[in-house]
Design a binder for this molecule. Structure first.
Ligand SMILES: Cc1cc2nc3c(=O)[nH]c(=O)nc-3n(C[C@H](O)[C@H](O)[C@H](O)COP(=O)(O)OP(=O)(O)OC[C@H]3O[C@@H](n4cnc5c(N)ncnc54)[C@H](O)[C@@H]3O)c2cc1C
Length: 290
């Protein structure tokens, strides 16, 4: 299918992108195009104009800062998966980026586009919630930093305003004995997450002192598994303890579980604890707890 007609503008810089957004009401930003273009071709989105930010150097790249790792919004999934810094400091994110779609999608798709699009079956939102990442965006009122935990509000909806541009994602530095992991049950055709679970656990003298577990694929937006987290903190993390905590995911899921032609809500609910268990066990091993 062909998209509806639209005006095309290529932004030369971040300020140029902001100017073009302001002067073209109803315009959409275009990064890697792997979510926006399919939507436009299916006529699920028909913006009057597209502002292409794909060649703005200042939005690309990974750097270490005092508070963690800063990933420019235009950084591709392939670049994140291959980054030694991300592998070391945010293993779950490198893992998730390496599991996105296929090589073509990973080479074009960007972290900024992925989080702005907020597909419930995307991988990166789940990981960013578990890692307590921050999303940095700039708009007419200036720059703001949004916690990933509060950024995703529903199916393909976020707190980002139409005139804001995501400039970077900041992932906090790892604590000394902290480990993270991401596991997913992939859709066999698209590789999107039918179930995606990210876990981050911190050890203190052999005891789990902090835990963040986030769920994706089976709920409308990336969400923390509070009951699972609560069950983890304060104890050791042997197989039994992890299994007991993972079983609490039913409480966290409530009755908002997604069901579709590929996997019913009942099936997703039944299988979720297995993936929760795997993510925690992998994170715990990296934290030196298991
Ligand atoms: C076949 C296929 C398989 C896929 N499989 C997976 C998968 O397994 N897991 C997964 O997570 N994803 C998957 N994806 C999605 C892929 O990761 C996309 O690349 C990503 O979701 C969107 O990134 P993009 O750079 O292509 O964004 P675009 O398509 O260019 O933009 C997407 C949306 O984000 C907005 N946007 C883009 N950049 C910014 C910015 N800097 N600031 C504000 N808004 C912005 C756009 O206006 C648009 O609304 C798949 C896609 C395809 C086509």
């Amino acid at each position: 299918m062909y998209s509806a007609n639209f005006d095309y503008h290529r932004a030369k810089s971040l300020s140029d992108a902001q100017r073009l957004l302001a002067s073209n009401p109803g315009a959409k930003l275009l990064a890697g195009g792997h979510s926006l273009i399919p939507l436009m071709k299916l006529r699920l989105a028909s913006p009057s104009a597209v502002v292409d930010i794909g060649r703005i150097p200042e939005l690309r790249g990974i750097s270490k800062s005092g508070d963690g790792i800063r990933i420019g919004s235009l950084t591709t999934h392939a670049e994140i998966a291959a980054s030694a810094d991300v592998q070391k400091s945010a293993a779950a994110l490198a893992e998730a980026a390496g599991l996105v779609g296929d090589p073509a999608v990973r080479s074009r798709g960007t972290i900024g586009g992925n989080v702005a699009h907020a597909d419930p079956a995307s991988d990166l939102p789940t990981v960013l919630v578990a890692l307590d990442a921050k999303i940095v965006a700039i708009g007419p009122k200036g720059e703001r930093t949004i916690s990933a935990d509060g950024f995703f509000t529903g199916i393909m909806s976020t707190t980002l305003a139409d005139d804001e541009v995501i400039t970077a994602i900041v992932v906090p530095a790892l604590a000394k004995e902290q480990g993270s992991a991401y596991v997913k049950f992939s859709h066999p055709a698209s590789r999107y997450a039918v179930i995606g679970v990210a876990a981050s656990v911190t050890s203190s003298g052999g005891t789990c002192s902090a835990a963040r577990v986030a769920l994706g694929g089976l709920v409308p937006h990336a969400t923390r598994a509070n009951a699972v987290e609560k069950a983890l903190v304060g104890g050791g993390l042997d197989t039994t303890a992890i299994g007991t905590a993972a079983a609490k995911v039913g409480t966290d899921l409530g009755n908002e579980v997604t069901g579709d032609i590929f996997a019913s809500a009942e099936y997703r609910t039944a299988v979720a604890p297995v993936y929760v268990k795997r993510a925690i066990a992998a994170a715990a091993a990296r934290a030196g707890l298991a």
